[in-house]
Design a binder for this molecule. Structure first.
Ligand SMILES: Cc1cc2nc3c(=O)[nH]c(=O)nc-3n(C[C@H](O)[C@H](O)[C@H](O)COP(=O)(O)OP(=O)(O)OC[C@H]3O[C@@H](n4cnc5c(N)ncnc54)[C@H](O)[C@@H]3O)c2cc1C
Length: 431
């Protein structure tokens, strides 16, 4: 074993850069397979982003069937089919339960630690690193990755130290929320090995709008439950629709339905080179005619009352008043005196209020980075580079992105597991 004068090991079977979910899983898997592993993390804590996922409760995976999981990873989810045949969401659940972390399922299949403590998940992974004697260096930044004519050679730290490796796993994440340590350091190392970095863009990100009602903060702070939000193409056809909650903010819109629509807005804006129209349906479970008839029936029951009182509780009040105004109906007008034409217009707005968005918050503020190391250049069952011997990638640095809800973390843990197992196997071949 190569050591320096103070007895420190200078060469490892596998070096993992990045202590997020993908790097932690990779280091554990490589350790489990008997490799001598070094895990290097820039920050003073392991799994920082993992710990803040799922509203700070750590959304470790999702319990939906594999086909559904893939559908919820619109950024190259299909690339993961082979990986899932080796290690999948059910394996993640078993992995944590074996480590003593009881999980529970919540809405939309989201899996959390039963304790609601993200520390339980992170600490269980850290204990596994210990069990496999993985050497962990925290507060240590990798500055560069060195390759030679045979493949991976060594890594160079910011403080000038360097370590040799038979196999190297780059697990440094994307560029979103850089305060968690993910600052996009890995892209240059991938390019140096000949890899293509597909265009980076924000996904799972709030949307901005120049609409007057946004600028005037008319609906700021209003949240709507279980609405249907669509991104429209220039012909008015829905590119994507999501039925979830949403929120109006001072700059535009946010909330789960918006985050899911955001990547489709980014792509549509590229094509249109301008604003994109969104459609909001607050009555997704009935059609426009049924809705109109319901309004007429409600008015008939008490036609002398002001329309705003007749429709009290029909939709949340701020949005009701907003739509009445848009339909040119005075909120204090007696229900019975309002023309059917205006009521039809109101029903139509309830089913499809159209407004434009003109962008997203920055990549740094996005939950997830779109784009990354092209998956065409990665062996899908190994997570190894097609260009450089001994080089592996896992997690968000890859051009894979899913919706929030445990899909990105599933992708990180699954690709991490494969990278770790295969990096350990590769390191055996060159001993
Ligand atoms: C607020 C928030 C909530 C989220 N919620 C969800 C959710 O509910 N469900 C879901 O599926 N996904 C969620 N995500 C996304 C998910 O957390 C990420 O996709 C996932 O953490 C990516 O894992 P990773 O291991 O690839 O990278 P990261 O978790 O980003 O980890 C990369 C690590 O590499 C380290 N590193 C970087 N450069 C260097 C270097 N030069 N030297 C050494 N170390 C380095 C970083 O410090 C970091 O610790 C959320 C993200 C955010 C920001």
């Amino acid at each position: 074993m190569k050591k320096n004068i103070v007895g420190e090991i200078m060469k490892y079977d596998v070096i993992v850069i990045g202590g997020g979910p993908s790097g932690l899983m990779a280091a554990i898997a490589a350790g489990e397979k008997g490799a001598k592993v070094l895990l290097i993390e820039k920050g003073d804590k392991l799994g920082r982003k993992l710990a803040i996922s799922g509203g700070g409760r750590c959304n470790v995976t999702n319990n939906l069937p594999i086909d559904e999981i893939i559908k919820h990873i619109p950024g190259n989810g299909r690339f993961l089919y082979s990986a899932f045949s080796v290690f999948n969401n059910q394996d993640i659940i078993q992995f944590f339960e074996r480590l003593g972390v009881k999980l529970k399922e919540e809405d939309h299949g989201r899996m959390f630690p039963a304790s609601n403590q993200s520390a339980d998940v992170v600490n269980a992974m850290i204990r596994q690193l210990d069990n496999y004697q993985v050497k962990v260096m925290q507060s240590t930044t990798v500055q560069d990755v060195i390759y030679n004519e045979h493949g991976v050679s060594s890594i160079l730290l910011k403080d000038g130290r360097s370590y040799d490796a038979n196999a190297l796993i780059i697990a440094v994440g994307g560029k979103s929320v850089p305060k968690t340590g993910s600052t996009g350091d890995g892209y240059a190392w991938a390019e140096k090995a000949g890899h293509t970095i597909t265009e980076l863009y924000p996904t799972e990100v709030p949307l901005t709008s120049n609409e007057l009602f946004i600028k005037a903060k008319t609906l700021q702070g209003l949240s709507l439950r279980d609405v249907e939000l669509s991104v429209l193409n220039p012909k008015g056809k829905a590119i994507i629709t999501h039925k979830m909650d949403m929120l109006f903010t001072h700059f535009g819109i946010s909330g789960p339905a918006v985050l899911r629509c955001s990547q489709f807005v980014v792509k549509a804006m590229k094509k249109t080179k301008g604003d994109v129209t969104m459609k909001l349906d607050v009555f997704p479970d009935c059609n426009q005619e049924e809705l109109f008839q319901l309004v007429v029936k409600k008015i008939k029951e008490d036609n002398k009352k002001a329309i705003k009182n007749i429709l009290k509780g029909f939709i949340i009040e701020r949005y009701l008043l907003f739509l009445l105004e848009k339909a040119d109906i005075d909120e204090n007008e007696q229900g019975g005196t309002i023309s059917h034409e205006k009521l039809r217009q109101f029903a139509s707005l309830c089913k499809g209020f159209l407004f434009t968005v003109n962008g997203t918050l920055s990549l740094e503020k996005a939950f997830v980075t779109g784009g990354g190391v092209s998956v065409k250049e990665i062996h899908p069952k190994e997570m190894s580079s097609k260009f450089m011997n001994g080089l592996f990638f896992c997690g968000e640095i890859l051009d894979i992105h899913g919706y929030t809800g445990g899909y990105n973390i599933t992708s990180a843990l699954v690709t991490g597991r494969l990278a770790g197992v295969n990096a350990a196997a590769y390191s055996q071949t060159i001993k």
